[in-house]
Design a protein around this ligand. Sequence first.
Ligand code: ZN
Length: 119
Amino acid sequence: MTKQRKVVYDVLLEERDHPTAQTIFERAQNELSSVSLATIYNCLDALVSHDVVKQVNIDREPSRYCANLCEHGHFHDQSTGDIIDVKFKPDVDLTQFLDLPQGAVIENLELNIKGFLKQ
Ligand SMILES: [Zn+2]
């Protein structure tokens, strides 16, 4: 892993709030003062393609990034814009809730939930 990728990855581990590339760029400034936003995107692409980081896409908003490698879903709080990791309960087989085509083998399941948190 290059130093730049390491810094980008550390930024993602430090604050697990699913930042955008722009936010990661700003947070990485302390460690990499001369880094460009394009380099940040390159690092993120590499980390995503190596399955170390997940890219989270919501509608047409800028992609967000997640370093949580446990299988999980994302809850998008519509009132704050926060994205919160949602763990799957251990004994639940999510495929039981889906009317999948016959013979379907799931390789990757993404769960995105939109809503808000009642006060
Ligand atoms: Zn996540």
